[in-house]
Design a protein around this ligand. Sequence first.
Ligand code: AMP
Length: 192
Amino acid sequence: MFNLILFGPPGSGKGTQSEKLISRYGLKHLSTGDLLRHEISHQTELGREAQNFMDKGQLVPDEVVIGMISSALDENPGAKGFLFDGFPRTQEQAIALDKLLKLKKAPIAVMLALDVSEEELIKRLLKRGETSGRSDDDNEQVIRARINEYRNKTAVVADHYKKFDKVVMVKGEGTIEEIFERLCNEIDKRDK
Ligand code: AMP
């Protein structure tokens, strides 16, 4: 089993690169943002609770996203590996993920951290907001709140995995293909 975390601030290209990576490596994509938007579109209780936080650019409570990931792992017993996108986003989530994967005897192999300047992030998110239909992308104030949440709560997750020597920084600017090749190079050094 090969488990990897694609890490980086909002707008760093995690979603775009995840789609390409899962198709090349046959991994199961677990994006907490996508799972939450699915709950919202189906108007579930969990979706309604999450939406209040998402609309403000704030993180959804840990127990909600940890519960979703735990169920998703259980629902995919035969997976070749998982690509975690947008999770873990807090130290508590990272500790919970490590525990869940320990039970499966398949720890995180590597965290690939996309490095993109703040100016470029805001530009990309506003552009995505024109077409994504995501209300949290078309408002600069919400975008800035999301980047602040990343700085205050999520950046520490990289420190957590650095302790285990699992973090690789990857330049997240350039063409989609260039960035994809950089990510693949790192995976190919470690996969299987
Ligand atoms: P994303 O699609 O990853 O940009 O996530 C969109 C929004 O969903 C975030 O701004 C958070 O409000 C929420 N969210 C997604 N993943 C998490 C997570 N792991 N922990 C807390 N909130 C999350």
